[in-house]
Design a protein around this ligand. Structure first.
Ligand code: SF4
Length: 264
Protein backbone atom coordinates (compact mmCIF):
# COMPACT_ATOMS: atom_id res chain seq x y z
CA UNK A 1 0.00 0.00 0.00
CA UNK A 2 1.54 3.32 -1.05
CA UNK A 3 1.14 6.29 1.22
CA UNK A 4 2.45 9.82 0.82
CA UNK A 5 4.41 11.55 3.56
CA UNK A 6 5.24 15.05 2.38
CA UNK A 7 8.45 16.99 3.05
CA UNK A 8 8.09 19.69 5.71
CA UNK A 9 7.60 22.60 5.96
CA UNK A 10 7.60 23.29 2.17
CA UNK A 11 6.83 20.86 -0.62
CA UNK A 12 6.31 21.13 -4.34
CA UNK A 13 5.38 23.04 -6.37
CA UNK A 14 2.81 20.43 -7.40
CA UNK A 15 -0.09 20.44 -9.79
CA UNK A 16 -3.28 20.01 -7.80
CA UNK A 17 -6.39 18.87 -9.63
CA UNK A 18 -8.49 21.20 -7.51
CA UNK A 19 -6.16 24.14 -7.00
CA UNK A 20 -3.79 24.60 -9.96
CA UNK A 21 0.01 25.06 -9.56
CA UNK A 22 0.45 24.97 -5.86
CA UNK A 23 3.33 25.40 -3.45
CA UNK A 24 2.58 23.26 -0.40
CA UNK A 25 3.09 24.33 3.20
CA UNK A 26 3.14 21.40 5.61
CA UNK A 27 2.98 22.34 9.30
CA UNK A 28 3.34 18.73 10.42
CA UNK A 29 6.54 16.76 11.05
CA UNK A 30 8.51 15.61 8.00
CA UNK A 31 8.61 11.94 9.00
CA UNK A 32 5.00 11.10 9.86
CA UNK A 33 1.40 12.12 10.16
CA UNK A 34 -0.47 14.09 12.83
CA UNK A 35 -4.21 14.52 12.45
CA UNK A 36 -7.30 14.96 14.58
CA UNK A 37 -9.08 12.67 12.09
CA UNK A 38 -7.94 9.25 10.92
CA UNK A 39 -9.84 8.98 7.64
CA UNK A 40 -9.98 5.53 6.11
CA UNK A 41 -9.24 7.12 2.72
CA UNK A 42 -6.29 9.31 3.83
CA UNK A 43 -3.44 9.37 1.31
CA UNK A 44 -1.00 9.69 4.24
CA UNK A 45 -2.19 6.35 5.65
CA UNK A 46 -3.53 5.51 9.10
CA UNK A 47 -2.24 7.58 12.02
CA UNK A 48 -0.95 4.53 13.91
CA UNK A 49 1.26 3.48 10.98
CA UNK A 50 3.01 6.82 10.62
CA UNK A 51 3.76 8.16 14.09
CA UNK A 52 6.38 10.91 13.69
CA UNK A 53 9.57 11.21 15.70
CA UNK A 54 10.43 14.74 14.55
CA UNK A 55 8.76 17.91 15.93
CA UNK A 56 6.47 20.21 13.98
CA UNK A 57 8.38 23.00 12.17
CA UNK A 58 8.60 26.27 14.09
CA UNK A 59 6.96 29.48 12.91
CA UNK A 60 10.41 30.90 12.13
CA UNK A 61 11.44 27.82 10.14
CA UNK A 62 8.27 27.95 8.04
CA UNK A 63 8.78 31.63 7.16
CA UNK A 64 12.46 31.17 6.39
CA UNK A 65 11.97 28.10 4.15
CA UNK A 66 8.97 29.64 2.41
CA UNK A 67 10.87 32.82 1.60
CA UNK A 68 13.86 30.85 0.29
CA UNK A 69 11.57 28.79 -1.97
CA UNK A 70 9.74 31.86 -3.27
CA UNK A 71 13.08 33.54 -4.04
CA UNK A 72 14.16 30.43 -5.94
CA UNK A 73 10.92 30.32 -7.90
CA UNK A 74 11.16 34.04 -8.62
CA UNK A 75 14.68 33.56 -10.03
CA UNK A 76 13.38 30.72 -12.21
CA UNK A 77 10.46 32.87 -13.44
CA UNK A 78 7.83 30.44 -12.18
CA UNK A 79 5.83 31.74 -9.25
CA UNK A 80 2.97 29.74 -7.70
CA UNK A 81 -0.74 30.35 -8.32
CA UNK A 82 -1.55 29.26 -4.82
CA UNK A 83 0.18 28.68 -1.48
CA UNK A 84 -1.60 25.69 -0.02
CA UNK A 85 -1.58 24.62 3.61
CA UNK A 86 -1.91 20.84 3.47
CA UNK A 87 0.43 17.90 3.99
CA UNK A 88 0.80 15.24 6.65
CA UNK A 89 -2.30 15.96 8.70
CA UNK A 90 -4.28 18.87 10.08
CA UNK A 91 -2.56 22.29 9.61
CA UNK A 92 -4.69 24.20 12.12
CA UNK A 93 -3.41 22.05 14.99
CA UNK A 94 -0.10 23.96 14.85
CA UNK A 95 0.09 26.16 17.97
CA UNK A 96 1.36 29.12 15.91
CA UNK A 97 -1.04 28.62 13.01
CA UNK A 98 -2.43 32.17 13.13
CA UNK A 99 1.01 33.82 13.09
CA UNK A 100 2.18 31.51 10.30
CA UNK A 101 -0.80 32.63 8.23
CA UNK A 102 0.23 36.25 8.77
CA UNK A 103 3.85 35.48 7.76
CA UNK A 104 2.59 33.70 4.65
CA UNK A 105 0.33 36.57 3.60
CA UNK A 106 3.25 38.98 4.04
CA UNK A 107 5.54 36.81 1.88
CA UNK A 108 2.81 36.27 -0.70
CA UNK A 109 2.32 40.05 -0.96
CA UNK A 110 6.08 40.52 -1.38
CA UNK A 111 6.85 37.82 -3.97
CA UNK A 112 3.64 36.71 -5.70
CA UNK A 113 0.78 39.10 -4.91
CA UNK A 114 -1.53 37.38 -7.39
CA UNK A 115 -1.25 34.00 -5.65
CA UNK A 116 -3.98 32.82 -3.32
CA UNK A 117 -3.37 31.57 0.20
CA UNK A 118 -5.42 28.45 0.69
CA UNK A 119 -5.96 26.20 3.72
CA UNK A 120 -7.28 22.65 3.56
CA UNK A 121 -8.61 21.74 6.98
CA UNK A 122 -10.82 19.10 8.54
CA UNK A 123 -12.61 21.80 10.60
CA UNK A 124 -11.86 20.32 14.03
CA UNK A 125 -10.17 23.46 15.40
CA UNK A 126 -12.43 26.14 13.94
CA UNK A 127 -13.91 26.71 17.41
CA UNK A 128 -10.61 28.33 18.43
CA UNK A 129 -11.00 32.10 17.92
CA UNK A 130 -7.43 32.48 16.62
CA UNK A 131 -7.95 29.74 14.05
CA UNK A 132 -11.30 31.18 12.97
CA UNK A 133 -9.82 34.67 12.59
CA UNK A 134 -6.78 33.39 10.69
CA UNK A 135 -9.01 31.45 8.30
CA UNK A 136 -10.99 34.64 7.71
CA UNK A 137 -7.75 36.24 6.46
CA UNK A 138 -6.88 33.57 3.86
CA UNK A 139 -8.29 33.58 0.32
CA UNK A 140 -9.63 30.04 0.25
CA UNK A 141 -10.83 28.56 3.52
CA UNK A 142 -11.52 24.98 2.44
CA UNK A 143 -13.20 22.96 5.17
CA UNK A 144 -14.12 19.29 5.14
CA UNK A 145 -17.70 18.15 5.68
CA UNK A 146 -18.01 14.60 4.31
CA UNK A 147 -21.47 14.01 5.78
CA UNK A 148 -23.62 15.20 8.64
CA UNK A 149 -24.29 11.65 9.86
CA UNK A 150 -22.40 11.04 13.15
CA UNK A 151 -22.23 7.27 12.60
CA UNK A 152 -20.73 7.75 9.16
CA UNK A 153 -18.23 10.28 10.52
CA UNK A 154 -17.13 7.81 13.19
CA UNK A 155 -16.78 5.06 10.61
CA UNK A 156 -15.02 7.02 7.85
CA UNK A 157 -13.42 10.23 9.21
CA UNK A 158 -12.80 8.70 12.65
CA UNK A 159 -12.18 11.78 14.85
CA UNK A 160 -9.74 11.39 17.75
CA UNK A 161 -11.76 12.41 20.77
CA UNK A 162 -15.04 14.27 21.02
CA UNK A 163 -16.56 15.56 17.79
CA UNK A 164 -19.97 17.21 17.56
CA UNK A 165 -20.99 17.68 13.95
CA UNK A 166 -23.76 20.13 14.90
CA UNK A 167 -21.24 22.34 16.69
CA UNK A 168 -18.96 22.19 13.64
CA UNK A 169 -21.86 23.23 11.39
CA UNK A 170 -22.60 26.24 13.64
CA UNK A 171 -18.92 27.22 13.49
CA UNK A 172 -19.02 26.93 9.72
CA UNK A 173 -21.96 29.34 9.61
CA UNK A 174 -19.88 31.81 11.65
CA UNK A 175 -17.58 32.32 8.63
CA UNK A 176 -20.47 34.26 7.05
CA UNK A 177 -19.89 32.73 3.64
CA UNK A 178 -16.08 32.91 3.73
CA UNK A 179 -15.86 29.14 3.43
CA UNK A 180 -15.51 26.52 0.72
CA UNK A 181 -16.96 23.18 1.74
CA UNK A 182 -15.10 20.11 0.54
CA UNK A 183 -16.87 16.75 0.57
CA UNK A 184 -15.54 13.29 -0.24
CA UNK A 185 -18.08 10.98 -1.84
CA UNK A 186 -17.32 7.31 -2.25
CA UNK A 187 -18.81 3.84 -2.39
CA UNK A 188 -17.71 0.38 -1.32
CA UNK A 189 -17.35 -1.13 2.11
CA UNK A 190 -14.97 -1.32 5.04
CA UNK A 191 -14.36 -3.50 8.09
CA UNK A 192 -17.27 -3.38 10.52
CA UNK A 193 -16.99 -3.11 14.29
CA UNK A 194 -17.22 -6.91 14.61
CA UNK A 195 -14.60 -9.23 13.18
CA UNK A 196 -15.31 -10.37 9.63
CA UNK A 197 -18.21 -7.94 9.29
CA UNK A 198 -18.33 -5.46 6.39
CA UNK A 199 -20.12 -2.11 6.46
CA UNK A 200 -21.09 0.11 3.54
CA UNK A 201 -19.31 3.46 3.20
CA UNK A 202 -21.51 4.65 0.35
CA UNK A 203 -22.47 8.29 0.99
CA UNK A 204 -23.72 8.92 -2.55
CA UNK A 205 -27.26 7.78 -1.75
CA UNK A 206 -30.19 10.08 -0.96
CA UNK A 207 -30.01 9.08 2.71
CA UNK A 208 -26.74 11.01 2.90
CA UNK A 209 -26.89 13.53 0.06
CA UNK A 210 -30.29 15.05 0.91
CA UNK A 211 -29.56 16.00 4.56
CA UNK A 212 -26.00 17.07 3.67
CA UNK A 213 -27.35 19.41 0.99
CA UNK A 214 -29.83 21.00 3.40
CA UNK A 215 -27.00 21.73 5.84
CA UNK A 216 -24.75 23.05 3.07
CA UNK A 217 -27.52 25.48 2.08
CA UNK A 218 -27.83 26.65 5.69
CA UNK A 219 -24.04 27.30 5.90
CA UNK A 220 -24.19 29.41 2.70
CA UNK A 221 -20.61 28.73 1.53
CA UNK A 222 -19.04 30.66 -1.33
CA UNK A 223 -18.39 27.34 -3.07
CA UNK A 224 -18.59 23.56 -2.67
CA UNK A 225 -16.02 21.07 -3.96
CA UNK A 226 -17.11 17.47 -4.31
CA UNK A 227 -14.50 14.86 -5.07
CA UNK A 228 -13.74 11.20 -4.73
CA UNK A 229 -10.88 8.83 -4.03
CA UNK A 230 -7.94 9.56 -6.32
CA UNK A 231 -5.21 7.31 -4.94
CA UNK A 232 -4.71 4.05 -3.15
CA UNK A 233 -6.35 4.15 0.30
CA UNK A 234 -5.17 2.63 3.58
CA UNK A 235 -8.52 0.83 4.04
CA UNK A 236 -9.38 -1.89 1.54
CA UNK A 237 -12.73 -2.14 -0.22
CA UNK A 238 -13.32 1.57 -0.91
CA UNK A 239 -14.53 2.54 -4.36
CA UNK A 240 -14.69 5.79 -6.27
CA UNK A 241 -18.03 7.54 -6.66
CA UNK A 242 -18.90 7.56 -10.35
CA UNK A 243 -18.64 10.62 -12.55
CA UNK A 244 -22.44 10.52 -12.98
CA UNK A 245 -23.01 10.48 -9.22
CA UNK A 246 -20.64 13.39 -8.63
CA UNK A 247 -22.13 15.38 -11.49
CA UNK A 248 -25.64 14.80 -10.14
CA UNK A 249 -24.63 16.01 -6.66
CA UNK A 250 -22.78 19.00 -8.13
CA UNK A 251 -25.83 19.95 -10.18
CA UNK A 252 -28.07 19.85 -7.11
CA UNK A 253 -25.70 22.20 -5.26
CA UNK A 254 -25.61 24.56 -8.25
CA UNK A 255 -29.41 24.42 -8.47
CA UNK A 256 -29.45 25.65 -4.86
CA UNK A 257 -27.54 28.73 -6.00
CA UNK A 258 -24.09 27.69 -4.73
CA UNK A 259 -21.12 27.35 -7.13
CA UNK A 260 -19.82 23.78 -7.10
CA UNK A 261 -17.04 21.80 -8.79
CA UNK A 262 -16.64 18.04 -9.10
CA UNK A 263 -13.25 16.27 -9.31
CA UNK A 264 -13.22 12.65 -10.43
S1 SF4 B 1 -8.46 14.98 7.67
FE1 SF4 B 1 -7.12 14.87 5.89
S2 SF4 B 1 -5.07 14.50 6.73
FE2 SF4 B 1 -6.54 14.05 8.35
S3 SF4 B 1 -6.89 11.84 8.22
FE3 SF4 B 1 -8.48 12.87 6.99
S4 SF4 B 1 -7.69 12.94 4.91
FE4 SF4 B 1 -5.94 12.50 6.28
Amino acid sequence: MSTIIYPSPIFGPVHSRRLGISLGINLLPADGKVCSFDCIYCECGFNKDHRPTLPQPTREEVAQKLEAQLQKMQAEGQLPDVLTFAGNGEPTCHPRFAEIIDDTIRLRDKYCPKAKVCVLSNSTFIHRPQVHDALMRVDDNILKLDTIDPLYINKVDRPNGAYDVNAIIERMKAFNGHIIIQTMFMRGETEGSREGEKESVDNTTEEYVGPWLEVVKSIKPQQVMVYTIDRETPALGLEKATREQLDAIRDRVIAAGIPCTASY
